[in-house]
Design a protein around this ligand. Structure first.
Ligand SMILES: [Zn+2]
Length: 82
């Protein structure tokens, strides 16, 4: 018997691989939160195959803004140290 349990699913927004929690088995119908960009997804798995994929809350733009801000702050901090 092969273990066909899916261990991860790609976030459609930021392309990060979201690791599926323990409670997500081969059949799952529920929400999933991307730990990278914070977007909320709804997925439906049937025998580990993705049957449905919806974005419930899109945080990608916000996340990108935050990342940009972070890198700007890092650059500013570096300049200040000189
Ligand atoms: Zn994401």
């Amino acid at each position: 018997m092969t273990n066909r349990r899916r261990t991860g699913i790609a976030c459609i927004m930021c392309k990060n691989t979201i690791e599926l929690p323990e409670y997500v088995g081969q059949d799952y119908d529920g929400d999933l939160l991307c730990g990278m960009c914070g977007s909320l997804l709804h997925i439906k798995l049937d025998k580990s195959e993705v049957k449905q994929y919806k974005v419930l809350r899109d945080r990608y733009e916000e996340w990108k803004k935050e990342e940009r801000l972070k890198s700007l702050q890092e650059t500013a901090a570096k300049l200040r140290r000189k």
